[in-house]
Design a protein around this ligand. Sequence first.
Ligand SMILES: O=C(O)CCC(=O)C(=O)O
Length: 270
Amino acid sequence: MKLTAAQRKQFAEEGYLIFPELFSPEEVKVLQDEAGRVSKIDAACIFREGESGQAKTMFRLHESDGPTASRAYRAAARSERVLGVAQQVLGDDALYLHHCKVNMKAAIEGTAWPWHQDFGSWHLDGIARPDMATVAVLLNDATEFSGCLHLLPGSHLEGRRNPYWDDKSAYKLWAVGPTEMRDMIARYPDPVRVDGKAGTAAIFHCNLLHASGHNLSAEDRWQAYFCFNTVKNRPADVENPRPDYVRSRNWEPMVLEADNRILADSTVPA
Ligand SMILES: O=C(O)CCC(=O)C(=O)O
């Protein structure tokens, strides 16, 4: 999947690209079923919430080892539509995944993510340069009502903001404060929704401001995220590094695989 010159320009200037229905309904079904299977596993890299203990975020589905390993996510991560697109926008073929996760925003209860830049926390992982991008894949239809992602076009061009530790939101992350966000939103074009049919995907720059709302709908909203870094930008040592599932130590360049493997591998027993 080769990006056009216009798409490369859009990524450089606006910090994102959206690909409606990039994955087929059959592929989405495999990825949904796999997320459902993994969510029942007891593992430290699955964060749960509420009395039901429902999975909220699950990490490290893309490797071939570990409790949450999934052939389908491994294949998706290495596909032309994920790794191949990330290689093109980052201008480097030697990429690895800083992490891969599935966010499962529960119907009615799943809460908002405040405005933030991913590089706000990834820089604190010891990563020097913002040579990183995330591919998000919608595993359900997503709407504003179900808490879809919003991106602030062009905001990556101002670089990394000084984040604050937001421990009030359910997710606890390095976020950008309300005063700064009011100013940023006033100065930029309207935020763009990453909504649409399941299988739609987006790639966005690690300094692009983004946020998502509460899931007010009666359907869960699941999304997969593949967060790429260039191998040469791998993290330096830091004190108390975060666990491997969120700050990967596997810095081997990932190798592109055939684009049909999500379906092909789903028929192979684990
Ligand atoms: O899944 C969402 O709604 C937002 C996720 C997000 O912003 C992130 O993981 O950085």
